[in-house]
Design a binder for this molecule. Sequence first.
Ligand SMILES: NC(=O)c1ccc[n+]([C@@H]2O[C@H](COP(=O)([O-])OP(=O)(O)OC[C@H]3O[C@@H](n4cnc5c(N)ncnc54)[C@H](O)[C@@H]3O)[C@@H](O)[C@H]2O)c1
Length: 249
Amino acid sequence: MRLKDKVAIITGAGRGIGEGIALRFAEEGAKVIVNDVNETDANRTVEAIKTKGGKAVAVIGSVASREVAQKMADTAVQEFGTVDILVNNAGITRDAILHKMTDEQWDQVIEVNLKGVFLCTQVAARVMREKGYGKIINISSTSWRGNPGQLNYSATKAGVIGMTKTAAKELAPKGINVNVIAPGMIWTDMIKSMPPAMVERMEKSLAFIVPLNRKGAPQDIANLALFLASDESSFITGQLIHCDGGMIM
Ligand SMILES: NC(=O)c1ccc[n+]([C@@H]2O[C@H](COP(=O)([O-])OP(=O)(O)OC[C@H]3O[C@@H](n4cnc5c(N)ncnc54)[C@H](O)[C@@H]3O)[C@@H](O)[C@H]2O)c1
């Protein structure tokens, strides 16, 4: 087991990529704090872990709330004794082209995708610093390089890369590794909620966009997150790794 008895906080773990990471980490022996705004989904992930004999506790609420972020770290310490791993996975889209984007769409995405990563990183790192050990994995997106209709989202996903590198430099002397994954097209509800015409176009042109010519799955990201959460990656920090079937080379 690659994460035996490690304690992991995973944000947005009720479905999609976060759920995939939570289930994979639990299979490898981690005790998991499952965060999500959606209580039903978070509880489903917790039950799935428990059914297989693992340990998990749900913390419901938004990553953009300092109280919720603090509760994740406090619950990890109270229930499982510490925080070893944080995966900043929760993220949202509120797509619109530049001239139609509202202040609300801009603010919502900044709050969750940027402030949420700041808050969860700060509270978890406080626990990790004390013991001189920790792994922080942020989830960006290939959209950090720019994607029409995603001015707000791409700004946050590029911002997360900057945060990763600063946190990696600040926390390296404390034995904490901080890395960032940029997923490509991963078939979750996030993609399925896009306009049907756009999804159809993506499916039809898959072979041209994705050299490995298949749809990404949450397990693809979970496997990379597992490597970055394990001690197999102990000499890697501050790195951006694309996991996208070769979209970006
Ligand atoms: N699916 C993709 O193709 C893709 C590509 C690149 C990056 N990503 C990134 O991967 C991450 C996960 O994406 P996904 O495809 O699984 O999305 P998803 O929408 O399927 O799942 C996101 C989960 O986060 C939860 N969530 C939303 N806002 C939250 C908040 N404020 N606090 C706590 N939880 C919250 C949702 O309830 C949901 O369970 C996101 O950061 C996303 O930007 C996804």
